[in-house]
Ligand binder design. Structure first.
Ligand SMILES: [Zn+2]
Length: 87
């Protein structure tokens, strides 16, 4: 039986986390960040929310440093490779 790995994603548009099957990673749009692990509630900047401030001009949430530190760079590169092929 094939098991599908689930990736934790952070959306800068909603400021929320959601699980995504790894197979769907290639259809992900800009502003959705794959993470290795969830931010900790003990983070003294975001308290586990994953963002610090809201960009009122772009209507996006600014990811916390702890989110950026836990980015899954391998998957992020996959998303970007896919995107550059489409453009
Ligand atoms: Zn944080």
């Amino acid at each position: 039986m094939q098991t599908t790995k689930t990736i934790l994603m952070f959306s800068v548009f909603s400021g929320t986390f959601y699980p995504l099957p790894e197979n769907d990673i290639e259809v992900v749009n800009v502003g959705h960040l794959p993470l290795d692990k969830a931010p900790k509630n003990s983070c003294n900047k975001c308290y586990g929310r994953g963002y610090t401030t809201r960009d009122t001009q772009n209507l996006t949430y600014n990811p916390c440093a702890c989110v950026l530190k836990n980015l899954n760079l391998k998957l992020l590169k996959k998303i970007e490779d896919k995107r550059s092929k489409l453009s």
